[in-house]
Design a binder for this molecule. Structure first.
Ligand code: MRU
Length: 349
């Protein structure tokens, strides 16, 4: 049994009943600040500007954004909200970020509950259910993923997939937490995750908070690290898993998968079933978000590249299914994923 009081202490998305409180991930870990969103527009802006980030967390935040809009639009006498009144809220939230399917999954689920009209209270309960189910899925995936890891292993993770990116505990970081708690891990490494530094700023802080000894590495040190034999599993989260198992995740995931195969390390993807998109046949069709060049041209708000330098800044990439040894979801583990195994577990779209 895992001591969740030690390994699950951070909550980035906090529903207050009449507002959504978000731990501002743009300024962590140097400052602990919250922003409060009172409208769907404010939630969409917080998703777009990365105040809240990570595939499951943005789905949860978007669901609460709809719940806020429902409360504002509800008929005072009946408490009912009509679909027409929420059209703008849905569309601003849908447009906030393109790659993580959890956002669209959560909005579709809220839209199904809404139908033509429903009480605002029912919408709020659905958003709360989405959050609770995510936490339960993460804790279950932690156990499933940790069971794949032999004692005395080294692991490497990328980006931030912890409590900050989810309802709590995390996906890939949840597996690392569970494996560490079970005494399986001899070494934990995490990448800095340029350009936004989710690894340096967020994952390293979560690991430190838990008292899990870990070493931060430059993204460009990952192949060299694997060449030493120090890593048995690369463990990452996902933003969208296609029907054939191809997996979109933070930029740099693809090169980790290639290097892992080359050096004989195994590659694990950990994500709830809300990240699986059975309507997307292949990873190559996944919309990869491009963010502003200035994320690369500046450091801490200061220009570091010469004026006139341009940059290309895709923030996700796709690891093909053939480089993935295991996909762990709350429904179970798929080893060496392919389309047949995926549809066996998730059905067809
Ligand atoms: O741009 P971000 O920080 O939202 O990207 C996050 C990732 O790529 C995570 O690995 C992914 O969302 C899984 S989080 C459990």
């Amino acid at each position: 049994m895992i001591d969740y009081d030690r390994y699950d202490r951070i909550r980035a998305v906090q529903w207050q009943g009449d507002a959504l409180r978000l731990l501002d991930q743009r300024v962590l870990p140097l400052r602990t600040e919250f922003i409060t969103c009172a409208t769907a527009d404010e939630v969409a802006a917080a998703i777009r500007n990365l105040t809240v980030r990570g595939a499951p967390a943005i789905g949860i935040a978007a669901a609460y954004g709809v719940a806020l809009a429902a409360k504002a639009a509800a008929d005072a006498a009946t408490g009912l909200v009509h679909a027409d009144a929420l059209r703008d809220a849905f569309s601003v939230l849908r447009a906030s970020r393109p790659t993580a399917v959890n956002l669209f999954w959560a909005l579709d689920r809220m839209a199904r509950v809404l139908g033509e009209a429903v009480s605002a209270e029912r919408m709020e309960h659905e958003a709360i259910a989405i959050e609770r189910e995510d936490l339960a899925a993460n804790r279950h995936m932690g156990e499933l993923g940790a069971a794949l890891i032999a004692p005395d292993s080294g692991v490497l993770t990328h980006c931030n997939t912890g409590s900050l990116a989810t309802a709590g505990f995390g996906t890939a970081l949840g597996v690392i937490r569970a494996a560490y708690a079970q005494g399986r891990l001899a070494r934990v490494f995490n990448t800095e995750t340029r350009p936004w530094l989710q690894g340096t700023r967020l994952t390293a802080w979560e690991l430190l908070t838990d008292g899990i000894p870990a070493k931060l590495i430059a993204d460009s040190a990952a192949s060299h690290l694997m060449s030493t034999g120090a890593v048995q599993w690369v463990i990452v989260g996902a933003d969208r898993i296609a029907a054939n198992g191809d997996t979109a995740n933070k930029i740099g995931t693809l090169q980790l998968a290639v290097a892992a195969r080359h050096f004989g390390a195994k590659f694990m993807v950990v994500a709830p079933s809300s990240t699986v998109d059975m309507a997307m046949p292949h990873g190559r069709d996944i919309h990869i978000e491009l963010r502003e060049p200035k994320e690369l041209l500046e450091h801490a708000g200061q220009r570091v590249a010469a004026e006139g330098v341009d940059a290309w800044n895709p923030v996700f990439d796709v690891a093909p299914a053939e480089l993935i040894d295991a996909i762990v979801t709350e429904r179970g583990v798929i080893e060496r994923p392919d389309a047949a195994k995926m549809s066996g577990m998730f059905g067809s779209a």
